[in-house]
Each structure stands twice: as structure tokens, then as C-alpha cells.
Design a protein around this ligand. Structure first.
Ligand SMILES: [Zn+2]
Length: 541
């Protein structure tokens, strides 16, 4: 997703000293259950989620079950399944017998009766019901969304990034474990059409005045991407000849937006062309590409991007970069679709590493600008977005507690990648690194270390201190300099120990360290703006 625009502008007005005083969050036992690979989780590997949910908009309740098929990695007797309050589990069944379970905050622990032999494939069905949390400010503060469209028709959706898929269905709510495939069978009153992820396999009209839409995702999917969107939809489709052949494109606007959507959604094709060139093949040819109009701004729901940008260019009608380039394209189509590569194809194993999703998605906005309007425009977009950086707290949050780091994971992360591109100093090599990340970690979950090490290795540059500086501190590197008789001396200040990033200044490459270097002729230093650093005259000694 994208940063909350309005809230963030409020933060920008605060002096950094005040922002920095925000107390560190104290993590609870429930945070650990949710965010770590605990003993009730680590022994099993999700293989298939067979999700069936019936939605009753009249009283905002849901009821259903998830049949969880898993591979046993090592024998165990106690299994953790996540389902958030106020939803409740009715029963859990394995091999035809009901199991005992108890609740610990938003997790259920079930006592398994059958032997769980390593290598075995088992299924447990979890039946549940209740009134799921209503999203307070979707898509950021998520849950279920009970809306009406402008004609007064019911319009229902889910958005639960960060909050977690267990807000509405039982699963292992942990980013590092994705099922290999998933069925999403959603039942609504007959008057509504549900559009979820993957492909529609069947539509069944039930005798009780409801219809079941059976969607199927045939490739690994991260839980938070699984979606419900139900309303009065129209449908049109197209195909795109891409790197892996014919890709189906399906568009689901509200019926009264059909004509507008047929114009605005044309932006999907140039987006795909640009991102396939820079990042490699679209990751979900089997499941297709979809845009689905949603009653919230948007979300990167896999193979079914939720779209709520009101068919306007920019981000809710604004340009986040302040350069004008951001008004040339529809932010939600570009940013959320970029997540199909960064976030969905490559998924962070821990919420703390959401920068792997958002830094690259922000950088992809610059890349899209570059595809459209040239390299200079792309650079200006990224550089312009820097005014939104807060440097309030580190981008990487504490691990194991489902914590999210600073919103700087967007603009500062994008600027970090743009800075690394300068260090690589070879556009084709840089493109090879981006495509290499996608192909190497294809359909996988990853750690920050995997991404960082891969980039260093492919670049042939040790980038570890660069990542450490930008991702784990709030300090902007300062290139400090002084002049004596027309000779410049310079060094890095405000940096992590060992930081020695080369930088372009005064039209040439410098290799500063934290020790003074001297010998450059001139009276002042002008650093290439593509580097996210500052240059300052050293205070008199
Ligand atoms: Zn995003």
C-alpha cells in the first residue's frame, strides 16, 4: 500500500526533535505469537488453503471454514492457528474427529490427536463465525469494509495489510509461510458479484438466495493479499503479449464506471511493458492480471489489484513528488501493480522488512516515470519525493513481533535504491540486478539479508554499510568539507562506522571515508543530487 498522505503531511510540520521523542512501542505476548515462527507454527508448512466464507451484509457477519492442508516438517502435537477477535472458532476437525483447542488472544492452540509424521500431508478444517473488525480507515487501518456505492448499492471489501488476514479468516498469519495455492469461495446475496484473487472457476446459485463465487489462486500468495470485493460490477477483458506469452487482463469497475474505466485502465499495458522490461516477467501469468474497483484507495492484492483512485491521475489527485511528473499517470495502477513484483513475487518474511515491498514500489514509480518521460524525469520524481522523508525512526522495525518500521520505507527507501543505482553506474547492470532479484527469489519469501547480499554480490560492491545507514538509522550522511588555499578536504560525518560510500561531486567520483581526505582543487563541493546525502562546510576547529 501507499503511505497515508494526509496524516503524513501533518507529521512533516513537526520539528524532527519532537518526532524523535515518540516512545518506542512495547511489544506484547500477542505480538510475539503473531509475528514469530513459534513452536505452534514452525513444524508445519502451509500447502493449500481451501477457504469458504459466506458474507451477510445485512448484519455485517460472516461464517465459514478454512480447510488447511499442510506438510509436516517435524512431529508435533500442538498447532497454532490465528483468528482475531471478535471472530470465534466453532470447531476444528481432522480425520473426521473434533479436536480440543484453547484461545490465547488472537491465536488458537489445537491439540492434535492423529500422529503428525514428518513428511506427511494433513488437513485440518477450522469452522468459524462472527462479525469481523470493521476497518476504521481502510486501507491503512483495515478489516472488513461495509460500504454503499453512489447509487446506494451495497459494496463490501476487505483490506488487511499489517492488520492481518486473520482479521477475517483462520490461517497461519505469518508472512514467511505462503500456501502453494488457494481456493477462495465467497458467498453473497444473489444481487452482488464477488471478485477475489486468481481465476473464477465457478458461479453457483444456491437455493437460499445466495451465490457462491469460487476463485482459485494457483500460485503462492501472501495471506494479506486474499480479498473480497463484492458489489455491482461490470467486467471487460483484454490480453497483453508479454515476456511469458499471453497475459489475460481483467477489469472489474463498478457498472456505472465502465466507460471511464475503459479509458483509465488503458494505463495497465504501458505499466506492464515498463515493469517487465525492468523487473522481468509479470509473476502471475497463470492467475492473470486484474484491476478491481474498491471502496478504499487501493491495495496490492495479488492478481487482483484493488483500485480506488477515482479514475484520476496522481495519488488521490495529487503528485507526491511535487515535480509534476506524478500527475502523468495513475498512482494506484502503477504503485500497487509494482507490488506484484515487489511484495507479492518477493515477499518479506517479517513485517519489519516491509521496505522490500515499499522501497522498491516507490522506486518503481520513478522507473515508470523514466519509461514514460525519460531518465531525467524519473530521477526528478525520486529526488522530488525526498521532501516527504521524516527520518523519525529506522525503516527496519524490530523482528519477530509483526512490527512495521518508519513510513520512510517509501521515499527514503526509494532514494536509497536510486543512490545505489548511481554506485552501480551502469544502467544495464542495474536492470540486471533488479531482474536478478526477481528471478532468483521468484515466488519466495525473503529476509533483508538475502536481498542486500544479492545486490552487493551482483553489483560487485560491498553495499552493507549503505543498507545499514539508510535502513537502520535515521541519519542522513553528511559530506563535510573545508577549503585551505583553494584545496578541498572532505570526509563522511553522521554515518555508521566504516561507511565509505563513493559519491559524485564537482563532476567527479570521490571516495570519502570518515577520515579527512585532501587534494581536490576548488572552493566548494557540489554533490550530485541523485545521491541522498547532504554536503556541509565543516565547522571551524
Ligand atoms: Zn505500497
Amino acid at each position: 500500500m501507499q503511505m497515508r498522505g494526509v496524516v503524513m503531511l501533518g507529521f512533516l510540520a513537526l520539528p524532527s526533535a519532537i518526532v524523535a521523542q515518540r516512545a518506542p512501542k512495547v511489544f506484547s505476548h500477542a505480538d510475539t505469537l503473531r509475528g514469530s515462527n513459534g513452536p505452534g507454527r514452525s513444524w508445519w508448512d502451509a500447502a493449500f488453503y481451501d477457504l469458504h466464507v459466506s458474507v451477510n451484509p445485512a448484519d455485517s457477519s460472516i461464517r465459514g471454514y478454512n480447510a488447511i492442508t499442510y506438510r509436516v516438517l517435524k512431529p508435533a502435537t500442538r498447532m497454532q492457528i490465528d483468528l482475531q477477535h471478535p471472530l470465534d472458532v466453532d470447531s476444528m476437525v481432522q480425520d473426521g474427529s473434533r479436536l480440543e483447542f484453547n484461545r490465547d488472544s488472537d491465536a488458537f492452540f489445537v491439540a492434535l490427536k492423529a500422529a503428525q509424521a514428518a513428511g506427511a500431508r494433513k488437513t485440518i478444517s477450522v469452522y468459524y463465525h462472527g462479525k469481523p473488525t470493521v476497518a476504521k480507515r481502510p486501507p491503512w487501518d483495515g478489516g472488513f469494509i461495509w460500504q454503499r456505492d453512489s447509487l446506494g448499492n451495497r459494496w463490501v471489501a476487505t483490506a488487511n495489510e499489517g492488520f492481518g488476514a486473520s482479521a477475517w479468516w483462520p490461517n497461519k498469519d505469518y508472512l514467511a509461510d505462503e500456501p502453494d495455492s488457494q481456493r477462495i469461495a465467497i458467498t453473497f446475496p444473489d444481487s452482488m458479484i464477488d471478485v477475489s484473487n486468481g481465476r473464477l472457476r465457478s458461479t453457483t446459485h444456491n437455493s437460499d438466495g445466495t451465490t457462491t463465487y469460487e476463485w482459485f489462486v494457483s500460485e503462492p500468495i501472501n495471506n494479506y493479499n486474499v480479498e473480497v470485493n463484492a458489489g455491482q460490477y461490470a467486467h471487460f477483458s483484454d490480453t497483453y503479449d508479454g515476456e511469458k506469452g499471453k497475459l489475460t487482463l481483467d477489469f472489474w469497475p463498478l457498472a456505472y464506471h465502465l466507460d471511464t474505466a475503459k479509458v483509465q485502465f488503458q494505463q495497465a499495458k504501458p505499466m506492464l511493458e515498463c515493469f517487465e522490461h525492468w523487473f522481468g516477467p509479470y509473476p502471475w501469468y497463470k492467475d492473470g492480471y486484474k484491476l478491481i474497483e474498491a471502496p478504499h484507495l487501493g491495495m496490492e492484492h495479488q492478481s487482483g489489484v484493488a483500485y480506488g483512485n477515482h479514475y484520476k491521475n496522481g495519488y488521490a489527485g495529487r503528485d507526491l513528488s511535487g515535480t509534476g511528473w506524478g500527475m502523468k499517470w495513475d498512482f494506484i495502477i502503477v504503485h500497487e501493480s509494482a507490488h506484484e513484483w515487489w511484495g507479492n513475487n518477493i515477499t518479506a518474511k517479517d513485517q519489519a522488512d516491509m521496505w522490500i515491498h515499499e522501497s522498491f514500489a516507490n522506486y518503481a514509480e520513478g522507473i515508470y516515470t523514466e519509461c514514460r518521460d525519460g531518465k531525467q524525469a524519473g530521477a526528478e520524481y525520486i529526488i522530488g519525493s525526498r521532501t516527504r522523508i521524516q527520518n523519525d525512526q529506522p525503516i527496519i522495525a524490530p523482528y519477530g513481533v509483526n512490527a512495521e518500521g518508519s513510513g520512510d520505507m517509501y521515499y527514503k527507501g526509494g532514494s536509497m535504491l536510486h543512490t545505489i543505482r548511481q554506485l552501480v553506474d551502469d544502467d544495464e547492470k542495474w536492470r540486471g540486478i533488479l531482474r536478478g532479484l526477481q528471478s532468483t527469489f521468484w515466488h519466495q519469501t525473503v529476509t533483508a539479508a538475502q536481498v542486500e547480499n544479492y545486490m552487493s554480490r551482483r553489483a560487485g560492491i560491498d553495499l552493507s554499510k549503505v543498507f545499514q545507514q539508510y535502513l537502520t538509522t535515521t541519519k542522513v550522511p553528511v559530506l563535510e568539507y573545508r577549503t585551505v588555499n583553494g584545496t578541498l578536504s572532505y570526509r563522511w560525518q553522521n554515518v555508521v562506522p566504516g561507511f565509505a560510500m563513493p559519491v559524485r561531486a564537482n563532476g567527479q567520483w570521490l571516495k570519502p571515508t570518515t577520515e579527512w581526505k585532501t587534494g581536490l582543487k576548488g572552493d566548494s563541493l557540489s554533490v550530485d543530487k541523485n545521491f541522498y546525502v547532504e554536503a556541509k562546510v565543516a565547522p571551524p576547529t
